[in-house]
Design a protein around this ligand. Structure first.
Ligand code: PLP
Length: 369
C-alpha cells in the first residue's frame, strides 16, 4: 500500500474522533488579550499547589533522572495497597487516571462491543471508547444533571463490556450514594467491568463511606488520581484498585515505564502528607460554599457541586465567557457536553475567587439576560 493510501485510510479510521479540548493555556490568553495576569479556573486543579513534601521529593529525585523509573512503581503501589487495605496486585498505576481509564476500556472493549456511560459523564470515556474501536452508548441524564442509573441498567445488553461512572461527576458535580450504586451493581452480570471514577473522592470523604470498603462487585474498578486534591496534575499520576486477575490482564496493555520517577516520588510523599491535603480540601470547600452563595445571589448558580468546582448557568453563557476571558479569568465552557448555558468554574484560592466575583459581577452587568 502506498503511504498516501495508508494515510487516507488512517484518516477515515479516526473520523469523528474529536480531540479533548483543554482549558485555554494561560500564556495563550495573556498574549491574545494583552494581559499581564490570569486566573485559571478551567481544569479543577488544586489552586493551593502541591504538598511541600512532594516538592522536596521531586527535587531530591532530579539527580537520578538519567535512570529509568521503577516500572512496577513498587514503593507507591505498596503505600497505596496499605492505604486501601488491598494487595499490591490489586493496584494499577497510570500516567494520570486518564491512562488507567483508557487501558481498562481498551482491554475489555473492542469492535462490536459497547461502552456505557452517562451522556454528561467525563468526556474521556467517549474518547477512549472511540479510540478502542468500540461503540459509544451515552445514556441521558436525570433532569437534575445526575447519572440515571435505572436508564443505564436498562441500556445494558450482551454487547455491553464496560460501564463508566464518575462520582462525584465531572462536569456536573453530582454525587450518587453508595446504596444506589450497590443496587445498580447487584443488577448487573457479575463480571461486567464497571469503572467507578473517583477523581474527586477526597472532597466527599467526610460525607460518604469509602466505596473501596463498601461496594461489592467482582468487575469493579475504582480509579483515583493525584491530579485534583493532591495538587499533582502536572506530574500525571493516578491509579485503580480492582480484582488482581482483572488487573493482570490490563497490565499487559500498559507500557513498561508508564509512570515517570518524579510522579512516583511526588505521589508517595503527598500520600504521606494527608494532613496537608485534607487541610486544603477544607479550604476549597469553604471557598466553594462562598462561590455557591455568591452565584445564587447573582441568580447564576447552575446546581450543587460535590467537587472542587461550581456550575454557573446563564442563557448567554458564551458571552459571559468572553467577558471573563477579556479580564483574565478562564472558566470551562460546557457546550461540548450539550450544556451551552453552563460554565464550569474551578474553586480558586480566596484571592482568585475575589477576582472572579468582581469580574463576574461586572460581566453580568454588561450581559443582560
Ligand atoms: C480530572 C479527571 C480525571 C483525570 O485525571 P488525571 O489527571 O488523568 O488523573 C479523571 N476523571 C475525572 C472525572 C476527572 O475530572
Amino acid at each position: 500500500m502506498k503511504i498516501v493510501e495508508w494515510m487516507a485510510q488512517a484518516v477515515v479510521q479516526t473520523q469523528g474522533l474529536y480531540p479533548y479540548i483543554p482549558g485555554k493555556p494561560v500564556e495563550k490568553l495573556l498574549r491574545e488579550k494583552g494581559l499581564s495576569h490570569a486566573v485559571k479556573l478551567a481544569s479543577n486543579e488544586n489552586a493551593y499547589g502541591p504538598s511541600p513534601k512532594a516538592m522536596v521529593a521531586m527535587q531530591q529525585a532530579v539527580s537520578e533522572v538519567h535512570r529509568y523509573p521503577d516500572g512496577d512503581c513498587t514503593a507507591l503501589k505498596t503505600a497505596l495497597a496499605e492505604r486501601h487495605d488491598a494487595e499490591t496486585s490489586q493496584i494499577l498505576i497510570g500516567n494520570g487516571s486518564n491512562e488507567v481509564l483508557e487501558l481498562v476500556i481498551r482491554c475489555f472493549a473492542g469492535a462490536g462491543d459497547e461502552v456505557l456511560y452517562s451522556q454528561r459523564g467525563f468526556i474521556v470515556y467517549a474518547l477512549a471508547t472511540q479510540a478502542a474501536g468500540a461503540t459509544q452508548v451515552p445514556v441521558p441524564d436525570t433532569s437534575d444533571l445526575g447519572h440515571d442509573l435505572d436508564a443505564m441498567a436498562a441500556a445494558v445488553n450482551d454487547k455491553t463490556k464496560v460501564i463508566c461512572i464518575a462520582n462525584p461527576n465531572n462536569p456536573t458535580g453530582t454525587l450518587l450514594s453508595n446504596e444506589k450504586l450497590q443496587i445498580f451493581l447487584d443488577a448487573l452480570p457479575r463480571h461486567m467491568v464497571v469503572i467507578l471514577d473517583e477523581a474527586y473522592d477526597e472532597f466527599v470523604a467526610d460525607i460518604k463511606a469509602d466505596s473501596l470498603q463498601t461496594l461489592k462487585h467482582p468487575g469493579l474498578v475504582v480509579s483515583r488520581t493525584f491530579s485534583k486534591a493532591y495538587g499533582l496534575a502536572g506530574c500525571r499520576v493516578g491509579y485503580a484498585v480492582a480484582d488482581a486477575a482483572l488487573l493482570d490482564v490490563v497490565n499487559r496493555f500498559r507500557e513498561p515505564f508508564n509512570v515517570n520517577n518524579f510522579a512516583q516520588v511526588a505521589a508517595l510523599a503527598a500520600l504521606d502528607d494527608s494532613d496537608w491535603v485534607m487541610d486544603k480540601v477544607k479550604l476549597v470547600k469553604v471557598q466553594r460554599a462562598r462561590l455557591e452563595i455568591a452565584f445564587s445571589n447573582l441568580g447564576v448558580l447552575g446546581g450543587k457541586s460535590y467537587a472542587n468546582f461550581v456550575l454557573l448557568k446563564h442563557t448567554r453563557a458564551a458571552e459571559l465567557l468572553n467577558h471573563l476571558e477579556e479580564q483574565g479569568v478562564i472558566p470551562r465552557p460546557l457546550a461540548g457536553y450539550g450544556l451551552p448555558d453552563y460554565l464550569r468554574i474551578s474553586v480558586g484560592t480566596e484571592e482568585e475567587n475575589d477576582v472572579l466575583l468582581r469580574v463576574l459581577e461586572a460581566a453580568l452587568a454588561q450581559v443582560k439576560s
